[in-house]
Each structure stands twice: as structure tokens, then as C-alpha cells.
Design a binder for this molecule. Structure first.
Ligand code: MEV
Length: 332
């Protein structure tokens, strides 16, 4: 049954507080959804096409009644939006009446999540697209949406742990284990950080495969690092519930050193992290895949203004205050 001709969904960006990369191999990670979102609207159209448009100016069109291959014949806009097309196509082809009626969908995307700096914009767009297209046909629960969004995200990097899609779907502060039992971490106060955007865009896929090579060549060192990462996450989960920012900051900085050993940090990021610590942060580390991207710094409230000023004085990097919010996916 088709419920509606138009539906809307929005999904949040995320930061990885701790545990990135190791989470791909079964260690935990702590992720939080933040107050930046991607909004997707989906509308039934009669020609069996899937049209994807974004406020950044691109527009791509695909077949809805068969799955277009992701080959070299696709335009740049089609390649970029292919995972969203794949997700929408899967939802439509799984809906018997849409298939029978040979319907298509027009998808419009509006985002305030900067792309390629570790904030999970790809995962959020997959989550919001699956939710918006899914609700055109049936009521869908979050697990249904997460599973399909993760499948689509895996076209971007096939080893994705699913953490980004999970936190974007369910929201809040999550202790995440790939294929494991995830739980929300409850805090007394909302956690806020300063995100420093180096402006250096990265490819998550390339960095995840760099770590895979590192692991293949340094098996026992990798296992030691992964054990330390697990311990750090467990301690950090406690520090968060105990509202102990000093301990949390120290753990973040220890996690950064593990990421430096893996080779996913850059000289600029290492220097930036040290500068954040010298400028009053309790702790700082890269967030997400690394290779440039962003650094998160846990800064005492009373130093935040001075901290941002010091960073602007030395670097021209953009500082974005981020707050962990409990809202995940929203449909309306
Ligand atoms: C990317 O936000 C986090 C990584 O751990 C990859 C993943 O978990 O799929 C680098």
C-alpha cells in the first residue's frame, strides 16, 4: 500500500569520539550524533526513474525498473550519488506495488554537513534516503533502515563497520561493536567539543585500506594496538558516565597516539593536536578516518573562547562547536 506521495527524513552527522579504524576489526568505538543534519525529501513520480538532486548543485538520473550498473559510463554526478540510487532502488524493488505500478522517485537533498572531513555525511545521506523513500510505501522501523543504509554505505567502502550509519539512525552517544551488542551511554550533561576542520578532504576507503595493509604486515603489533583501543573505549565509557572530562581527554589523546602508529594521522594533524593540548584542551584527536579531515578537542567551557581565538591566530582552520545530541533519524 502506498501511504503518501511525499515524505521527508533527516539524519544527523556524527563524530567518532574514540575507536575509529579498530572498530572495523571488532573493537568497540564510541560515536555521537551531532547537531548538523542532512534532510532528504522523496516524492513518487510516474516515469520509472530515480532522480537525485542536491542543494550543492548536482543532479543525476537512473532507471527505477532495473538496477543500472555502476560502470565507467556513468557521469560524475551519477557516480557520486550511486549508493543513494542503489538504496532507493532496493527499497522500490522490494515494494511489490511500486514495482507493479512502474513508479519512480525524485529525491531532494539539503545538507549542512561538510563533506569528506570525518563527519559521516555519506552515512547520514544513506540513512535519510532509505528512510524517506521507505516511508513512501510502508512504515519502516529503524533496524530496517539501518540495515539498508549500511548496505548502501558499503558501496563507498566495503569494510564499513556500520558505526556511522548506526549512530546516524539511532542517535545519541553509542558504545558500538560491529555485529555486537550496542548500547547508549548515558551522561549527566550533554557533551560538547570543538571540531577543527583542517579543510583537507580524505577518502575513507583509501584510509581503511591503508590500515588493512598495516594490519597484514604487523599482525601482532596491530593486535596490541587494538587491545589498547578496546581498553581506552571501555575507560572512556566510564569517564563519560562519571562526567570526568579530564580522564576522557587523556584517553582521547592516548587514542590519537594509536592512530598515529597506524599511519592515518598526518604531520599537520599531529601538530594541530599538540597545539590544541597546549591551548588548554583536556584532550584532542583526529575523528573519523583521518588523512587530514577534522580534529576534535575536548575543551573546558571557560576556555572555549580563548581556545578558538588561539587556533584562529595560529591556523586559518575553521572551528565548529559541536554538541552530542540524542536525536537520530527523524521522519516527518
Ligand atoms: C569512519 O567514520 C570510521 C572508520 O572506523 C571506518 C568505519 O568504521 O567503517 C574509519
Amino acid at each position: 500500500m502506498i501511504l503518501t506521495n511525499l515524505s521527508r527524513a533527516s539524519a544527523p552527522a556524527k563524530v567518532v569520539l574514540l575507536g575509529e579504524h579498530f572498530v572495523v576489526y571488532g573493537s568497540p568505538a564510541i560515536l555521537g550524533s551531532i547537531d548538523r543534519r542532512i534532510r532528504v525529501s522523496a516524492q513518487i513520480i510516474r516515469p520509472p526513474q530515480i532522480i537525485i538532486r542536491s542543494d550543492t548543485g548536482f543532479s543525476a538520473s537512473f532507471a527505477a525498473n532495473k538496477l543500472d550498473e555502476c560502470g565507467t559510463n556513468l557521469s560524475e554526478a551519477q557516480k557520486f550519488t550511486y549508493p543513494l540510487y542503489f538504496a532507493a532502488h532496493e527499497v522500490i524493488s522490494g515494494s511489490l506495488n511500486a514495482k507493479a505500478a512502474k513508479l519512480g522517485v525524485e529525491i531532494d537533498i539539503h545538507s549542512d554537513i561538510p563533506y569528506g572531513i570525518g563527519l559521516g555525511s555519506s552515512a547520514a545521506s544513506c540513512v535519510a534516503t532509505v528512510a524517506a523513500v521507505g516511508s513512501l510505501f510502508l512504515k519502516r522501523d529503524r533496524h530496517w533502515i539501518f540495515t539498508r543504509a549500511h548496505r548502501a554505505e558499503r558501496l563507498i567502502h566495503k569494510s564499513s563497520s556500520g558505526g556511522d550509519c548506526y549512530v546516524s539512525t539511532f542517535g545519541g552517544l553509542i558504545y558500538y561493536i560491529r555485529n555486537g551488542k550496542n548500547r547508549k551511554i548515558k551522561t549527566r550533561r550533554s557533551v560538547s567539543m570543538i571540531l577543527v576542520n583542517t579543510g583537507i578532504k580524505h577518502s575513507t576507503k583509501a584510509l581503511v585500506s591503508l590500515v588493512e595493509n598495516f594490519r597484514n604486515q604487523n599482525t601482532s603489533l596491530f593486535d596490541d594496538l587494538a587491545n589498547s583501543a578496546t581498553h581506552i573505549c571501555d575507560q572512556a565509557a566510564l569517564a563519560l558516565t562519571e562526567d570526568n572530562p579530564i580522564k576522557l581527554g587523556r584517553l582521547m589523546s592516548r587514542n590519537q597516539r594509536l592512530l598515529e602508529t597506524l599511519g592515518v594521522s598526518t604531520v599537520e594533524t599531529d601538530n594541530l593536536v599538540r597545539y590544541c593540548l597546549d591551548s588548554g584542551a583536556y584532550g584532542a584527536k583526529l575523528t573519523g578516518a583521518g588523512g587530514g579531515g577534522s580534529v576534535i578537542a575536548l575543551v573546558p567551557d571557560e576556555y572555549k573562547t580563548e581556545f578558538e581565538y588561539k587556533l584562529l591566530e595560529k591556523y586559518s582552520y575553521q572551528c565548529i562547536p559541536v554538541q552530542i545530541k540524542s536525536y537520530g533519524l527523524m521522519k516527518y
